[in-house]
Write a protein that binds this ligand. Structure first.
Ligand code: CO8
Length: 257
């Protein structure tokens, strides 16, 4: 498939998607979101891939949904077209996705980063939901995912003022897992992604499914769900192998089975 708005590479067991509309600071138009989904479909189908990385440029992860594409839309077009479905699919992936964020992650760019499983940020990263400056509000889950990530007070602050927060504030607030120097961003992210991809894939998928469940259900239901998945892993080769390898003081050879 010839992509026009993203670059897609495979690095060992890691699938790498790089947003590539530098002239528009990686503004997320319909084509770009569709191409991300096509790339993710391929990585999800490929049994050799254990982790996916989504990144942008040093200046911008993504400066938001494409304002110029949206500006003339009417209410019925926006409602009937259901462009949101394509965005939602990114957040519904089964394999772990790490967001490597440098520069601007604004509006839909921040929302896209939050659809990933965790964010590693360069020290120049800037996050925000500035939609209110355009006379709208976040539309790809920002009010919900940001509130869950940083709490009501800071989510209100960011969504109501439209201000940006830097990487340090984002890490303090819990939006970002860790900050690294810009020059080291991809090295550090690939180290994390390689480590994830080396695990047993069923375990990694179940970690993702179970942690995400915490946002949907009560504590008791979440713990029950965790227990079911935990028990189910005792039916796998990789559980036997992982525990035997520990006892025998060697590295496990997982088979994803
Ligand atoms: N959309 C379209 N084009 C953009 C966007 C964008 N979001 N952001 C930047 N660009 C373009 C600029 O228009 C400019 O193009 P040109 O050179 O042709 O004029 C080019 O990128 C470079 O941008 P700037 O000259 O503005 O660069 P600066 O370094 O001066 O400023 C900023 C960088 C501060 C990031 C600035 O570009 C900016 O404020 N951008 C807009 C940020 C924003 O408001 N984002 C939110 C957009 S709305 C949204 O995301 C809603 C999500 C809902 C999704 C649901 C979809 C179905």
């Amino acid at each position: 498939m010839a992509y026009e708005t993203i670059l897609v590479e495979t690095k060992g067991k890691v699938g790498l998607v790089t947003l590539n509309r530098p002239q528009a600071l990686n503004a997320l138009n319909g084509q770009l979101i569709a191409e991300i989904n096509t790339a993710l479909d391929g990585f999800e189908r490929d049994p050799a891939i254990g982790c996916i990385v989504l990144t942008g440029s040093e200046k911008a992860f993504a400066a938001g949904a494409d304002i110029k594409e949206m500006q003339d839309r009417t209410y019925p077009e926006t409602y009937l077209d259901d462009k949101f479905a394509d965005w939602d699919r990114i957040g519904q992936r089964r394999k772990p996705i790490v967001a490597a964020v440098a520069g601007f992650a604004l509006g839909g760019g921040c929302e896209l980063a939050m659809m990933c499983d965790f964010i590693i940020a360069a020290d120049n990263a800037k996050f925000g939901q500035p939609e209110i400056n355009l006379g709208v509000i976040p539309g790809a889950g920002g009010t919900q995912r940001l509130t869950r990530a940083v709490g009501k007070s800071k989510a209100m602050d960011l969504c109501l003022t439209g201000r940006m927060m830097d990487a340090a504030e984002a890490e303090r607030a819990g939006l970002v897992a860790r900050i690294v120097p810009l020059a080291d961003l991809m090295t550090e992210v690939m180290k994390a992604a390689d480590a994830i991809a080396a695990k047993s894939l069923p375990s990694a998928l179940m970690v993702k499914e179970t942690v995400n469940r915490a946002f949907e259900v009560t504590l008791a239901e979440g713990v029950r769900f965790e227990r079911r998945l935990f028990s189910s892993l005792f039916a796998t080769h990789d559980q036997k192998e992982g525990m035997a390898a520990f006892a025998e003081k060697r590295k496990p050879a997982f088979k994803n089975s």
